[in-house]
Design a protein around this ligand. Sequence first.
Ligand SMILES: [Zn+2]
Length: 54
Amino acid sequence: MAQQEEITPLEHRTTTVEQGPFCLARCICGWRGPARRARSLARTDAENHLTAAR
Ligand SMILES: [Zn+2]
């Protein structure tokens, strides 16, 4: 019996992108966080997204 390959779930990988004076989190799934003034906030958005995606 042939083993069926599991479909790999959509991966989430976040990065922070600088846009002018703002910084925002981005994910390879297409998600984008709100523009933040501080990179630390964008990182928090990214972490929240990863947690919420599970
Ligand atoms: Zn994602």
